[in-house]
Design a protein around this ligand. Structure first.
Ligand SMILES: *Cc1c(COP(=O)(O)O)cnc(C)c1O
Length: 393
């Protein structure tokens, strides 16, 4: 493949996503650095209350990554050895890994070809008395079909949990992500809706689940005097095994500052997605993502799918050579060698595998300009024209 010659050296690489830090963010972090608390303290409290306000969730608990949020959320929902957790393979490995940390077995349900979200019909085939939780991933920022999942889970008295790493700021039926499932895990990695550098949170309507997450992030320690077996100002108890998954006040200061701009970030992502939709509509060789009627996605990703899987690799390489940081989300989780070693086989979820084979994530982040969008549109058009002219190279 020819490479550098087609790369416009004057133009910077456009990543598939990236953070937007402003002076207010820098000042907020600096203020914490000059104060008394660096680890989990008053700024984490404030960040959690702001998350509750923004999501409409009754309880938010901040943790030091989206992965630790998933781990804590599953543990708090009672996932343990011998249990089954049903989730989508079209996700970052952490969604499934966190169930393995707890000794549970992961059952992969196939995805809906239209959205890439877990397909309730496939979930129905996997539910049993062993199912402890159904975990939906709001793929690309598009909330899953929670109404259907809740109905199914109700028949088996299991819970529906959300991996909302992509979807902070999205709504379904007018309800915010954070209120659609029994509990929702969020990520604040720099590519996500807002960032704390590294960080995450669990948002839930359940006071009990929130209390368990809170203990889990701090070694399992309980200090609430009403719950302790002995008295003493020094006294605390480790009730259930936990970890050090605490977020620092330094990170929380960045998070609280970023959260003020969440609406702007999401509005901007939606406007850019609308521009892509308008300007790519004439390209018949690709399928564009579309929101379901009652959902307003956060557009964490804008994933186009080539109609013919065999051209995906060359189109991807053409876009990379044009300086575009395109990505593929995701390699089906059970294709990874660790999952293969556990006995999962290719072919398990045909829709997810087909989705993966045809997907390309285009650059999409709030600071992108209309000119950036045009650059991506031009590169896609020229790539497809080249592939049509020389179909076998
Ligand atoms: C980013 C992400 C995670 C993990 O979040 P971290 O904050 O990176 O640990 C989990 N699930 C999905 C779907 C993600 O995109």
């Amino acid at each position: 493949m020819r490479s550098a010659s087609s790369s416009p050296l004057s133009e910077p690489i456009l990543p598939y996503s990236r953070q937007w830090i402003d002076e207010a963010d820098v000042a907020a972090v600096e203020e914490v650095l000059r104060g008394d608390w660096l680890t989990t303290g008053p700024t984490v409290d404030r960040f959690e209350r702001e998350l509750e306000r923004v999501t409409g969730g009754r309880h938010a608990v901040a943790l030091n990554s989206g992965t630790s949020a998933l781990h804590a959320m599953y543990a708090a929902a009672g996932v343990g050895p011998g249990d089954e957790v049903i989730t989508s393979p079209l996700t970052f490995a952490a969604t499934a890994n966190a169930a393995l940390y707890l000794g549970a077995t992961v059952r992969f349900a196939d995805v809906d070809a239209a959205t890439g979200n877990i397909d309730p019909a496939s979930v129905a085939n996997l539910l049993s008395e062993r199912t402890r939780a159904v975990v939906a991933v709001d793929y690309a920022g598009h909330p899953a079909d929670y109404a259907a999942l809740r109905r199914l889970a109700g028949q088996w008295s299991t819970v529906v949990l959300a991996d909302g790493a992509h979807s902070l700021g999205a709504t379904q039926g007018g309800k915010m992500v954070g209120t659609l499932a029994m509990a929702t895990a969020l990520s604040f990695h720099p590519v996500k809706s807002i960032t704390t550098g590294e960080g995450g949170a669990v948002v839930t309507g359940s006071r009990r689940l929130a209390a368990r997450v809170r203990a889990f992030r701090n070694h399992g320690i309980i200090r609430d005097s009403g719950l302790l077996r002995r008295r003493g100002a020094w006294y605390y108890e480790v009730r259930a095994l936990g970890y050090n998954y605490r977020l620092s006040d330094i990170h929380a200061a960045l998070g609280a500052s970023q959260l003020r701009r969440l609406d702007d970030f999401i509005r901007r992502r939606r406007a850019l997605a609308a521009l892509y939709t308008e300007r790519l509509g004439h390209l018949e060789a690709i399928e564009l993502p579309r929101a379901r009627a009652d959902t307003a996605p956060s557009w964490h990703l804008f994933v186009v799918r080539v109609r013919e899987a065999r051209i995906r690799r060359r189109l991807f390489e053409h876009l990379r050579a044009a300086g575009l940081g395109v990505q593929v989300h995701y390699i089906p989780v059970y294709w990874h060698p660790h999952y293969q070693s556990l006995g999962y086989r290719r072919g398990l979820c045909p829709q997810a595998e087909d989705f993966y084979r045809r997907a390309i994530s285009l650059p999409l982040f709030p600071r992108m300009t209309e000119a950036d969008v045009d650059r991506v549109v031009d590169a896609l058009s020229s790539g497809l024209a080249k592939l049509r002219a020389r179909p076998r190279t």
